[in-house]
Design a protein around this ligand. Structure first.
Ligand SMILES: Nc1ncnc2c1ncn2[C@@H]1O[C@H](COP(=O)(O)OP(=O)(O)OP(=O)(O)O)[C@@H](O)[C@H]1O
Ligand SMILES: [Mg+2]
Length: 384
């Protein structure tokens, strides 16, 4: 008699409380490694949500944990603590390595810095590999589909060549065609242009933009600032932790370690429509960054007449002029017509970091002066 087989474990667990629009959710992800010197923590409790259709870049100094973070999403490595939910599946809880590997083949395209094409196979055969592995598409359909993908990346003429006979840029394009072989919703790329010249990099990013416009989600680690400017969002990792994106967007010239300090120190504050945030003559205790909503900077003129000097929106900040000069608030600041959410950084921490970053402090002052001027010019309610 044949031995009875144990019932198969469910391949991957559906997670019902995941945000509906999220394609990736990392919750409290910690990753520790051990070496001869002992255990060290590379990811220190990372929380990240990436939504369907987003094009996201991840940057950070060498060794900050970028590749480790990607490996948590792809299931190439596993977290020491925390949860990773990709495409509504909890990819680590109760899942065997082989189930995860099959799931990965259908759900993720992965691209590395050094292409990793199989050298003994033609480009066409390389692109067909993932379809064979997860057994997707009819056997007879696979060559035609692989050719379509090579056409998409402009390599149909090279389909029957071995990787070594095409340029490095073309090898990476073939690797991307391979990553998209099973039409995954999500593409994960670790420094995909790190080994390429500017022209080839540009071709890769243009291709990524095309995928995103068709609804794919892309997460890409890169060191190249000219590429991060082309993504929807930029996540910075510093010392194994992600930086609050409101902080990195509003103060991009700060050093990563200062951004991280601010991230840890920041307090969240919410104000209701028209609620006063600061009154003039009040001593400032915080530097404020606007996360959501709009604030109005109001000048109280004589006989209760007020002038809205300017309006500031998401990723803009206020309080710096007073904090840097050590004075009191120059105007009343209140919430606009919607609730306002702020990140508040305590005064002492803000001034200390500014003392350590004179260039940032100077840039900040210049930005503010210019912005106030622009607001005055642009706002028909305040234009004379
Ligand atoms: N498998 C491993 N075993 C032990 N330590 C590891 C392992 N993988 C990564 N590390 C260590 O974890 C830290 C973060 O590595 P990671 O590769 O994630 O950095 P990175 O941000 O991708 O850097 P780079 O920009 O150089 O690619 C480094 O100190 C690295 O040496
Ligand atoms: Mg890396």
């Amino acid at each position: 008699m044949k031995p009875r087989r144990t019932p198969p474990r469910p391949a991957l667990q559906k997670v019902s409380d995941a945000a509906p629009e999220a394609i990736i959710e990392m919750r409290g992800v910690v990753k520790k490694f051990s070496n001869a010197a002992g255990e060290f923590t590379v990811l220190k409790g990372v929380n990240v949500q990436i939504n369907r259709g987003e094009f996201v870049s991840i940057v950070g100094k060498s060794g900050s944990g970028k590749s480790t973070l990607l490996n948590m999403i792809t299931g190439i490595d596993r977290p020491s603590e925390g949860q990773v939910i990709v495409n509504h599946n909890d990819i680590y809880t109760g899942v065997s390595e082989s189930a995860r590997s099959k799931w990965r083949g259908k759900n993720l395209g992965i691209v590395f810095q050094f292409f990793q094409l199989l050298p003994m196979l033609t480009l066409l055969e390389n692109v067909m590999l993932p379809m064979d592995y997860v057994d997707m598409y009819d056997f007879d359909e696979r060559p035609a589909r692989a050719m379509e993908l090579l056409k998409l990346v402009g390599l149909e003429k090279f389909a029957n060549k071995l990787p070594i006979l095409v340029s490095t840029g073309q090898q990476q394009l073939a690797a991307i065609a391979r990553a998209m072989a099973c039409d995954p919703p999500l593409l994960i790329a670790d420094e995909p242009t790190g080994n390429l010249d500017t022209r080839s990099s540009d071709a890769i990013i243009a291709l990524f933009e095309q995928f995103v416009s068709r609804g794919k989600t892309i997460v890409m680690v890169t060191h190249d600032p000219s590429l991060t400017s082309r993504t929807h969002r930029n996540i910075i990792i510093s010392d194994g932790a992600t930086i609050d994106e409101a902080i990195s967007r509003s103060l991009p010239q700060l050093r990563h370690r200062h951004m991280l300090e601010f991230t840890k120190l920041a307090e969240r504050k919410t104000y209701q429509p028209r609620e006063t945030i600061l009154s003039s003559d009040q001593k400032l205790e915080y530097f404020y960054i606007i996360r959501r909503g709009e604030v109005e900077v109001v000048l109280q003129a004589r006989r209760n007449k007020e002038t809205v000097l300017s309006r500031l929106g998401a990723d803009e900040f206020f309080g710096e002029i007073e904090l840097l000069r050590g004075g009191k608030s120059i105007a009343n600041i209140r919430a606009g017509s919607e609730p306002v959410e702020l990140t508040a950084i305590p005064r002492a921490d803000f001034t200390r970091v500014m003392d350590e970053s004179p260039i940032t402090a100077e840039t900040l002052s210049r930005i503010v002066q210019k912005r106030l001027e622009q607001h005055r010019m642009a706002d028909p309610r305040t234009r004379k």
